[in-house]
Structure formats: C-alpha cells, structure tokens
Design a protein around this ligand. Structure first.
Ligand SMILES: C[S@@+](CC[C@H](N)C(=O)[O-])C[C@H]1O[C@@H](n2cnc3c(N)ncnc32)[C@H](O)[C@@H]1O
Length: 196
C-alpha cells in the first residue's frame, strides 16, 4: 500500500485511514472464516478455533498460522449443512462480484447451525461515477485485543457499489434475522442469526 515509488505524494494512496475495532465474540466449536486469507484477522483473534477458507492459496499462505486453512470457494463450499455455529466474513464480500453475494450468503446460511451467527465487516462503496478512479481502496487500522493491524484492501470499482442495506435485504430474504448493525466512517458491521 505504501512506498516511495508510487504515483501518490509521499508514496501513499490518498484514501483516509479508518479504524475497525474487532472485539472478541462468544463461540463454541469451529468458526468458519470465509475469505480468511491476507491479514487473517479472524484467525488472529480466534487462532486454532478457526477454519479459514479462501479462493486464493497464496492469500492463505500469507495469513498468520493458527487456523486450519483450506482453499475453497465461498460460492460453493464443501462443508455439510449445519456444520458451524459462527461464520465470519471480514472484508470478503467487497472482493466478490455483486452477482455472487446472494450465493455466498446462502452458502453461509447453509453451513450454519440453526440459531448460528453470521458476522460481517465490510465497506460502503458508492456506485462508481466518472471521474472516479478504477480502484476503490479502503485503508484500515484493525484494532484487535492486544494488537493493531494496518492494512489496505482494494477492488475494482463498479457502478453497483455496495452498502449495509443491500446485505441486510439479501440476508433477510435467505432467512437470517438481523441482530446487530453499526456503521462508522464508511465501514459497517452486521450480525445475523440463522432462523430455526
Ligand atoms: C480483503 S481480502 C482478505 C480479508 C481477510 N478476511 C483478512 O482478514 O485480511 C478478501 C479475500 O477474499 C478472497 N476471496 C475472493 N473471492 C473469493 C471466493 N469466491 N471464495 C473465497 N474467497 C474469496 C480473496 O482471495 C481475499 O483473500
């Protein structure tokens, strides 16, 4: 994200730094972290209680050790129905094509036990309008209990955009109940429960 050779003054992309506070959450059994490569934030929080799946093997290699890591597509997961009590998606949905959001959320719903929890952290991305740049960049300071991770996520910026409301509507249609919602600095956190 940063460095002296880039096109930006001081070598840093001009997007503002935003803070995400990730608090510990109750869990029993395995936690499925979908798109858990890269910084592996949920793995840092929950260690070997996490099964971390990602489409990219190299992203899984980059993530810290601790979780069980598996190459897998969020749109078609290999787990049996009702395998997990908690599923997390930490800045994963923004990396999916908007047309795949419903499939990925449906898969999360399928592998969750009844009354299981889906936790989402992600960014509001307004629809791209020229002369907006081709990439949408989010720079975040992730505050975990006892550690701060400084990172940036970037995706191709499309005309669709995304926001919390869209994910709430999709999740509701699938059979999730909204249990918590917070938004700050263009970032949001959603907690859903799978209806029995
Ligand atoms: C912002 S990055 C990683 C964020 C990560 N949760 C963390 O803690 O840093 C989003 C991840 O989603 C993964 N991804 C994209 N499409 C996917 C898919 N269809 N199935 C699983 N993972 C996917 C990418 O490979 C990437 O590692």
């Amino acid at each position: 994200m940063s460095g002296g050779d880039g096109p930006y003054p001081g070598g840093e992309h001009p997007a503002p730094w935003r803070t995400v506070v990730v608090r510990d959450f109750p869990s029993s059994g395995w936690i499925l972290d979908v798109g858990g490569g890269g910084e592996g934030v949920i793995g840092r929080l929950k260690g070997d209680r996490v099964v971390s799946v990602d489409l990219s093997e190299s992203e899984l290699h980059d993530a810290p050790v601790g979780p069980l890591k598996m190459v897998m597509d969020a749109r078609s997961m290999q787990f049996l129905d009702e395998s997990f009590a908690v599923v997390t998606m930490f800045f994963t949905l923004m990396y999916l094509d908007p047309g795949d959001h419903l499939r990925a959320l449906s898969e999360a719903h399928r592998v969750l036990k009844p009354r299981g929890t889906l936790l989402i952290w992600d960014a509001t991305i307004p629809p791209r309008r020229p002369p907006d740049p081709e990439l949408f960049i989010v720079k975040i300071l992730v505050e975990l209990p006892g550690a701060t991770v400084r990172t940036g996520y970037g995706v191709r910026w499309t005309e669709c955009g995304q926001d919390a409301e869209r994910f709430c509507a999709l999740a509701r249609d699938i059979g999730f109940r909204l249990r918590g919602r917070s938004e700050d600095q263009g970032l949001f956190h959603l907690a859903f429960e799978k209806s029995e």
